[in-house]
Design a protein around this ligand. Sequence first.
Ligand SMILES: Nc1ncnc2c1ncn2[C@@H]1O[C@H](COP(=O)(O)OP(=O)(O)OP(=O)(O)O)[C@@H](O)[C@H]1O
Length: 610
Amino acid sequence: MTFGLLRYGLCTKFKLPIHHQHSFIVYIPRCRARKPLFNEAVRWMSTKSAVCFLIISSAVTMAIPFSFGRIVDIIYKSDATEAQSKLIKTCTILLPIFLVGAACNFGRIYLMNTSGYKITKRLRELLFKSLLSQETAYFDRHRTGELINRLSSDCLLVSQTITTNISDGLRSTIMVASGVSFMFFVSPKLALVGLSIVPPIAALAVIYGRFVRKITRSVQDSLAASNQVAEEKISNIRTVKAFSQEKKEMFLYGEKMNEVLQLSIKESFMRGLFFGMTGFAGNFIIISVLYSGGLLVSEQAISVGELSSFLLYAAYTGVSIGGLSTFYSDINRGLGASSRIWEIIDRKPLIPISGGLKPLTDPKGDISFQNIVFNYPNRPDAPILNGLNLEIPSGMIYALVGHSGSGKSTLGHLLLRLYDPQSGQVCLDKTDLKMYDPIWLHSHIGVVSQEPILFSGTVRENIAYGRECVTDNEIISAAKEANAYDFIVKTFPEGFDTVVGERGVLLSGGQKQRIAIARALLKNPKILLLDEATSALDAESEKLIQEALQRVSKGRTVLTIAHRLSTIKNADKLAVIFSGKIVELGSYDELMSIENGLFRKLNKNQILTS
Ligand SMILES: Nc1ncnc2c1ncn2[C@@H]1O[C@H](COP(=O)(O)OP(=O)(O)OP(=O)(O)O)[C@@H](O)[C@H]1O
């Protein structure tokens, strides 16, 4: 029952919905049919054991002042021989008790810490899962550094709070309760003197706890902002160096760190003030107890041993009250972190990552954009598409042309359902994309983006990304089709096992493009979405890429965002996008023949490279 209450208390305190109670599964036992019974039993046992160890080790610690008083009285009241035999007897009893106490303390710390690590792991997994499930627009609003901070430090903080801190808090509570009882047992009068310190300290602790909670959130937020600066600049170090911005970036990072430092200094000041005041109050009370206790001994109301026991109990209680106030501030720190974590874990993505229609056959490949109105959610006042219509019949190659920023890539994003339009429909085979399972949809669309992103890993892993079980032969034939095979086996001694570096930095732009084409091809998609690189590639790379793209376009519906004349000439139809609409549609020759046509102007003004 205690565990049920604790679990309920934690879930309520941490504002966890009931279905998230399983986050505490490692710490708090809860029988779930889907978990193997054995694991559940082990968890249950380890939690119970940790609490038993905690109680025993605290009891042993609290036996020390009592024994100490006894020993002082033995020394004080007995003659030398009697004292020796009594001391041997007492110490023989105490030694095994202390050994048991030490073993229990070991068990308590070991079990609580391992539970903490398990909870951190579980929290990080839950958070990462929830992050990856969010729709793309979520990442437009939240910075990478901030989210990484949630994963690293916030998860650790929460798990420490619900294991180590709670364990220490429970220990302090047990020690305060037993310490106070013993103090009253020895001398109620002296106990009242000793405990007069508690109410002011408790009030201070509440004020301090509130402050800590507020400041921790600010410290974590500024830390997230500084991480964002570091993450962005380190991952784009080439640009920083090319513009010789190292010093400026060092300065900017320094400024962010200054913010963190200022907040931490504020926290340290309050911490120092709080602990300074509590320390002084503790020492003051010791003097008062010594004074009143001394008087009681001289009146023979209590023995010297009892006064010694009392003083030790008072000291232990004082230390434990200090522990309780630290526990209070730590809990507040954990609450701050947990509210941020659960904001993300509980968030329902606006576009689900799975669920919906999964037709058993491959799609035909007819695409249509119907009356699309769209703006990016983080820029509601900047309409991008404004009633756009476009039909792309299966097996045709359509090239999108238009000024930079006219919304060509945006159409690709809508086709992939990275975003949903505010109104209108994007359809595949006459069915709204919203009806399909996104996993099914993505398995039929191959994407080669403007700046292909490779992941750190080998060439083989990058080509295979997006498919579960792939044979070497499939990888090789995709690489051949994408004109990537020759450079992989001839240029790299390690061939397909060559490591490409973070985001593929160890490869050239043209090589990355061809690996991305191979990766898209391995899915054997019915639809190809090609966002042509705007950056110029050398003539040889360009030729190889164009050749590969022409080859792989056959038999597929292709939507290409074209920047080059060569691509445009190979397309069945060109769609010119302007002011959020398709304003011209036709073959190259048809569009060139329109007097004052936009395509003609774009061509004339060399918006398209040759
Ligand atoms: N994630 C985003 N959040 C907010 N606005 C965005 C986002 N992505 C693009 N935009 C804006 O949407 C508009 C259309 O961008 P898009 O990338 O579709 O243009 P484009 O025609 O493909 O340009 P280019 O030819 O230069 O690649 C631009 O004004 C751009 O600033």
